[in-house]
Design a protein around this ligand. Structure first.
Ligand SMILES: Cc1cc2nc3c(=O)[nH]c(=O)nc-3n(C[C@H](O)[C@H](O)[C@H](O)COP(=O)(O)O)c2cc1C
Length: 173
């Protein structure tokens, strides 16, 4: 099973990238490909720029990477209650190739932040809009207070409730 994992953040040491990788590794027999959305950076989307540039190669590559996966694991970082500008920009460009960005793939949606809210607002937004973008969401989980619930050295979640919920989602794949 090919698993595409990424944090929806352009932070160098993204906690969401770490969570996405950990979750992807829980998929038995999964061949995990971890991407960094920094490698897909493009000018800020506008319809005028689109007329100038067409569909940039980075958006095409991102769309292709999803297309080649069986499962997509995303962990959303939250900026001011919503998506990071970096992810939203990538998503907007990609949605112009095909609004079905997720191409009916199985998707596990996660989110985390250092605070008690665990980026649950952005997770709710992503989950709510998923059907419009052809994401077959198998489950959505937020990890609150990341630094209390994640062992940075082991790269693993220590919160047992979260881990059990994650395993339950993984078993549906
Ligand atoms: C501009 C900005 C806005 C933020 N807004 C939120 C927020 O609305 N909710 C939240 O839980 N954390 C917020 N944070 C804190 C992020 O959750 C924190 O920086 C986290 O590390 C981001 O995830 P990442 O490491 O994967 O990039 C914000 C951080 C920044 C820089």
């Amino acid at each position: 099973m090919k698993v595409l994992a990424f944090g929806a953040s352009n932070s160098k040491n993204s906690i969401n990238q770490q969570l996405a990788l950990y979750a992807a590794k829980q998929i038995k027999g999964g061949e995990v490909s971890l991407i960094d959305i920094n490698d897909f950076e493009m000018p800020i989307f506008s319809e005028d720029r689109e007329k100038e540039l067409g569909s940039p190669q980075q958006a095409q590559q991102f769309f292709k990477a999803i297309g080649e996966a069986d499962v997509v694991v995303i962990s959303f970082a939250e900026h001011n209650g919503s998506y990071t500008a970096a992810y939203k920009n990538l998503f907007d460009w990609t949605s112009r190739i095909d609004m079905k960005v997720f191409q009916n793939k199985s998707v596990i949606m996660l989110a985390t932040s250092p605070g008690p809210g665990g980026a649950s607002s952005v997770l709710g937004a992503a989950q709510g809009s998923a059907p419009y973008f052809a994401a077959d969401v198998k489950g959505a989980l937020s990890l609150a207070s990341f630094y209390d619930n994640f062992d940075l050295e082991k790269g693993a979640v220590t919160d047992e409730t979260f881990n059990q919920q994650l395993l339950d989602i993984v078993e549906t794949l």
